[in-house]
Write a protein that binds this ligand. Structure first.
Ligand SMILES: CC(C)(COP(=O)(O)OP(=O)(O)OC[C@H]1O[C@@H](n2cnc3c(N)ncnc32)[C@H](O)[C@@H]1OP(=O)(O)O)[C@@H](O)C(=O)NCCC(=O)NCCS
Length: 179
């Protein structure tokens, strides 16, 4: 398995991976919703260093992908959001998701990113270092329908220092339906 930064020519294959994986896990409608999200992420040009897309490749096939996008805080803290994450259904349970996330986190750590936040199931994300946070520490960009899923980890120290103000997320994620 190879873990790499995604290339522009892989866009369609990445969208299909997310669509199929979420259709299998949560139904066709959710697969379509996530496909739209990923397509928005990959079609809108982003400022360099504000978006990082990684893929897991088994020979020529993309079998996993993660998207990391910058959140903009009023005081300019260096924070990224990890979402979404998918591993092809027939490749689940082989450690690919955890390895892919660890590769992404190592890359951001080397770039000086202070904190990575995500919004999901703590039972999975705790395996790669995430822990629940309160919005008094880091606010979410939009209203959370599932506050228990707001989780984070520091990359440069052992603690997360509280961040002032409401962040702005990437335009792709700026939709209440995703939160
Ligand atoms: C969640 C997902 C990315 C995990 O990828 P993976 O490569 O199968 O995960 P790994 O093999 O690295 O890790 C497997 C471990 O995570 C756990 N796990 C996997 N999916 C989980 C989930 N949805 N909830 C809780 N735990 C989960 C497994 O039980 C396993 O635990 P174990 O090692 O103690 O047995 C993959 O299952 C997936 O794409 N699911 C559908 C889409 C999705 O839910 N994405 C995440 C939300 S954004």
């Amino acid at each position: 398995m190879n873990y790499l930064l995604a290339l522009p020519e892989q866009t369609e294959e990445i969208i299909t991976l997310f669509k199929n994986t979420f259709s299998d896990a949560e139904g066709k409608e959710e697969g379509g919703v996530i496909a739209t999200l990923v397509s928005d992420f990959l079609s809108v040009p982003s400022i360099e260093d504000d978006l990082h897309v990684f893929v897991a490749m088994d020979n020529a096939r993309i079998v996993g992908s993660i998207i990391l996008s910058r959140m903009h805080f009023p005081n300019g803290e260096n924070v990224f959001l990890l979402s979404p994450v998918a591993v092809a259904t027939d490749y689940h349970g082989q450690g690919i998701g955890q390895t892919l996330i660890n590769v992404g986190l190592e890359t951001l750590k080397a770039k000086g990113v202070a904190v990575v936040v995500t919004y999901g199931d703590i039972n999975f994300y705790s395996k790669v270092g995430f822990a629940p946070i309160n919005e008094s520490l880091i606010q979410a960009p939009l209203t959370l329908s599932y506050p228990e899923g707001w989780i984070a980890q520091p990359l440069q120290s052992d603690v997360i220092k509280p961040m002032n103000g409401k962040p702005r997320c990437s335009s792709a994620l700026n939709n209440p339906n995703y939160w």
